[in-house]
Design a binder for this molecule. Structure first.
Ligand SMILES: Cc1ncc(COP(=O)(O)O)c(C=O)c1O
Length: 445
């Protein structure tokens, strides 16, 4: 069968699709696998109990024929399409929730729902990246604009979302050695603002939006308030939006340990998700933005989905109204991952304390980012060896959308490991990583 150029772009095998297949196969395999590779959230008892209670209440609510949108019950909402902007009752609950906790003065015109935030990034990166019609008369009719990622490494899932080509530009980080809980052996990435401000593309109007994940997948880095304020100022100066991917951020799931704040204004597009509170299967993303962005996203929803899924909205509406989602995030989800990070760091130090391992300061998200300085092989090769031994991680080279990593050694020396696994899996997986990496360094001595 012949597929269009559009189709070809999506079905081409990519490194990451191969990797995702490996992760999927591992989950189905009969052999025990130390799964430190995926982005799945952990099973947390308190979380599961609350969701189970909520499902039961939804199942018993009974009023199937209620067609009043704003007073809809769960079953009635699932028996009807919402409008393309998303479930109105959930949007109202979100407006109330955000205005209770932040001084953003949102209305329902500031929020749209999507089928997961990956779906939101597909829309946003195609809205703000690619060919733009030139505003003034000029010889060329269009100008190509990119999404600027101010701090690479960044989220692997951004890489292939453009319907045509790839439109990313990224800035390599400053790498600072830091201590963590009084211990050596950690580093932190910081935005290289000098390189960023000197990007010709910024001055030439070839940037369509600036985007960062905070906390960052894969590194667990949290951009400081100063860095965010500086990015917001640059975005305003060049009249482009600042997109903040808040999949792990505050106020839910709040997997963020550094003392920072979250700001929004009408030049900011904030993306939230229900996935990392423990509901990745309900595919619910939330965009908070200026009304013109919400209208564009709603129009895209209409074409792509008719209307976004309402199941996650039904579960989350009561939890948003009574702040249970925030309590769960503050009291269960955040402390759980903070403890997991501590456990994983201690295990890693135990295995590789005398070797050139440096760990990105764990500031949030559900991963640790490990840097094996001067490792004799690339971490893509290391990935294959670890896979053979039943341990899955993700090598670093895929996390640099917008950068040609062929000459950038650091991009081949890191791995991302998930900390969402249970303690036994963490112990076994880290023991395998330790044994293999020690062997590699020892052989090269
Ligand atoms: C940083 C980041 N953004 C977005 C997503 C997409 O999440 P979802 O589509 O499940 O909301 C993920 C998922 O792993 C992520 O890590």
């Amino acid at each position: 069968m012949k597929f269009s150029k559009f189709g070809q772009k999506f079905i081409q095998p990519t490194g990451i699709s191969q990797l995702m297949d490996d992760l999927g196969d591992a989950l189905k395999s009969d052999e025990p696998v130390n799964m430190l590779g995926g982005g799945n959230p952990a099973r947390i008892d308190a979380v599961n109990e609350l969701f189970l209670e909520t499902y039961q209440v939804l199942g018993n609510d009974g009023s199937f024929n209620n067609s009043d949108e704003t007073n809809s019950t769960a079953t009635s909402s699932m028996a009807n399409y919402s409008n393309p902007q998303g479930d109105a009752a959930f949007i109202d609950a979100l407006v109330g929730f955000f205005n209770r906790h932040y001084d953003w003065n949102l209305t329902s015109e500031n929020i749209a729902l999507t089928n997961g935030s990956q779906n939101a990034f597909f829309y946003l990166f195609n809205l703000f990246g690619g060919a733009f019609v030139k505003e003034k008369d000029s010889e060329e009719q269009t100008i190509d604009k990119s999404i600027l990622l101010p701090l690479a490494p960044e989220y692997i899932g951004y890489s292939d979302v453009h319907v045509e080509g790839q439109h990313f530009m990224a800035v390599l980080p400053h790498i600072d050695e830091v201590t963590h809980d009084g211990e050596e052996g950690f580093f932190k990435y910081r935005v290289d603002f000098e390189a960023l401000e000197n990007l010709p593309a910024l001055k030439e109007g070839r940037i369509g939006a600036i985007c960062c994940s905070r906390p960052t997948n894969p590194t667990g880095n949290v951009l400081t308030d100063e860095e965010m304020a500086h990015l917001a100022e640059i975005a305003k100066r060049y009249d482009v939006p600042l997109i903040i991917d808040n999949a792990y951020g505050m106020p839910f799931p709040n997997i963020i340990y550094s003392d920072v704040t979250l700001n929004w204004d009408d030049n900011t597009i904030l993306c939230f998700s229900l996935s990392k509170i423990g509901l990745p299967g309900v595919r619910t993303g939330i965009i908070v933005a200026a009304p013109e962005v919400i209208e564009a996203v709603s129009a895209m929803n209409a074409v792509v989905n008719l209307s976004p899924t309402r199941f996650g909205a039904s579960i989350a509406t009561p939890l948003m109204k009574n702040d249970a989602i925030k309590d769960l995030s503050d009291n269960d989800i955040k402390p759980f991952y903070q403890q997991q990070a501590k456990t994983a760091v201690a295990l890693l130090k135990n295995e590789l304390g005398d070797y050139p391992l440096s760990i990105h300061k764990p500031e949030g998200a559900i991963f640790l980012w490990l840097w094996f300085k001067d490792l004799p092989i690339s971490t893509s090769e290391l990935y294959e060896i670890l896979k053979e031994k039943g341990t899955l991680i993700v090598p670093s080279e895929y996390f640099f959308p917008g950068i040609d990593v062929s000459d950038y050694k650091h991009a081949h020396e890191c791995i991302r490991m998930s900390i969402a696994a249970d303690e036994d899996t963490l112990e076994k997986g880290i023991a395998v990583i330790g044994e293999v990496v020690r062997g590699l360094y020892d052989k090269a001595k």
